[in-house]
Design a protein around this ligand. Structure first.
Ligand SMILES: Nc1ncnc2c1ncn2[C@@H]1O[C@H](COP(=O)(O)OP(=O)(O)O)[C@@H](O)[C@H]1O
Ligand SMILES: [Mg+2]
Length: 205
């Protein structure tokens, strides 16, 4: 679709296609999208999974929402408008890296269904895996790995997901991980098992 703000644009096609790149890498491009409350375990699981995939010679890249706020998204805060823009950019970048043939691990609270649906549509349904990293907010607050719940409860952080801003649970995610019942290793195993099938099926296509 032609961007409204920039008329007179034409896409310049290359000689190398997405399929060509996948053939070279011997893998499909995928986006594994981890959503869940702060402290639910998105980053922890993505870090371990990235390491496992790398050891299997997969081309993988991790896009952690917090890290992206240091650079590309350092002009954005946590209002609803900024959260949507944050997610729009992450989804666009993830779709590009997937198009390069890589497996992209996105860890981002992404609290609104509409955001995650946008990302799924941007990437393309077959190549998008939504992972709901689920833990009770009480568990997340006890873990409080970044001390944010403590600050939020004192009113020092406004628009804090689960406390003063909404989190819309996924209705139909590909994977649900109950991190208050599983170990970190068991949590990674769940995604790993799903991916083993997915990687084979997509390469055979
Ligand atoms: N099954 C699990 N999966 C992931 N993290 C877990 C699990 N069990 C306990 N944890 C702990 O929960 C915390 C999750 O923090 P983090 O990964 O930074 O969350 P998020 O990125 O979702 O904000 C870590 O301290 C981690 O060790
Ligand atoms: Mg994180």
């Amino acid at each position: 679709m032609e961007p409204a703000s920039c008329p007179n644009l034409t896409k310049h096609e290359g000689k190398v296609s997405y399929k060509d790149r996948c053939r070279n890498l011997n893998q499909p491009g995928l986006v594994i999208w981890f959503t869940g409350l702060s402290g639910s375990g998105k980053s922890t699981i993505a870090v371990e999974l990235e390491y496992r995939l790398l050891k299997q010679n997969k081309a993988v890249y991790r896009l952690d929402g917090d890290n992206i706020r240091y650079g590309l998204n350092n002009d954005l805060g946590f209002s609803e408008t900024d959260r949507f823009e944050n997610l729009r950019r992450i989804a666009e970048v993830a779709a590009l890296i997937k198009d390069a043939g890589l497996i992209v691990l996105v860890g981002s609270i992404s609290p609104y269904r509409q955001m995650r649906d946008f990302a799924r549509q941007k990437v393309g349904g077959d190549n998008f895996v939504e992972v709901f990293v689920r833990a009770a907010i009480e568990t997340c607050a006890i873990r409080d790995p970044k001390g944010l719940y403590d600050k939020a409860k004192k009113g020092e952080i406004k628009d804090f997901t689960g406390i003063s801003a909404p989190y819309e649970e996924p209705l139909n995610p590909e994977i649900i991980i109950d991190t208050d019942q599983l170990t970190i290793n068991e949590s990674v195993d769940l995604v790993w098992e799903y991916l083993e099938n997915k990687l084979t099926l997509e390469v055979e296509k």
